[in-house]
Design a protein around this ligand. Sequence first.
Ligand code: SF4
Ligand code: F3S
Ligand code: FES
Length: 253
Amino acid sequence: MSYTGRFKVWRGDAGGGELQDFEVEVNEGEVVLDIIHRLQATQAHDLAVRWNCKAGKCGSCSAEINGRPRLMCMTRMSVFDESETVTVTPMRTFPVVRDLVTDVSFNYTKAREIPSFVPPPRLGPGEYRMQQEDVERSQEFRKCIECFLCQNVCHVVRDHEENKTAFAGPRFLMRMAELDMHPLDAAEETGLDRKTTAQDEHGLGYCNITKCCTEVCPEHIKITDNALIPLKERAADRKYDPLVWLGSVIRRR
Ligand code: SF4
Ligand code: F3S
Ligand code: FES
């Protein structure tokens, strides 16, 4: 079954733009990205959109659909009423390049600021052993497809451009939590305290647990409950209880 759907699509560039109205054919089983592609093919040949896999795995097609951050390729047209006007706009937190394409380099800058995994010095290749529960904990975080929808929705930077230098955002605080929970990470033996660094240098304290990041994550990662809150608790233990710090050093010996 087909129908003619009504759409508003933001068109413009860094200098400004506006929503433009379109009427586009919609067919059964289609997703919003299909509509954007049909629009490109039939009415707006120079419409800029970023995408790669059309399978919810590359994280490229992030946008805001009726104001909600979503992947265009994973948003079925059947979730909207046929009479509803569907509005597609670029992610609001990042600078627009053109039309639906934003400059997400903020996220790559933040990624580079996180010290990487420190291999345990007394173990050689093939000697690493981990409990299954530790493996599973990391695996949840590693489902991330780097769509940056969580980074886009978090109010700390969405409404406050001035916070961007001091706040890594949920995706990268989650990465810090993953490394801090990793039983083989030897960062502390090199003098790097990931908890304190997350708090003091990457803005963990700005997060007030609104959980919007978790709500929009297409991989259903429990970013807040499983990464950010535990990292906050560990950072608080470290800050306020010197015995906890001493105990953790002794346990590592
Ligand atoms: Fe996207 Fe989820 Fe990864 Fe955030 S944590 S970048 S929402 S997949
Ligand atoms: Fe932002 Fe997620 Fe915290 S949306 S405030 S990082 S819980
Ligand atoms: Fe790859 Fe949508 S095109 S996630």
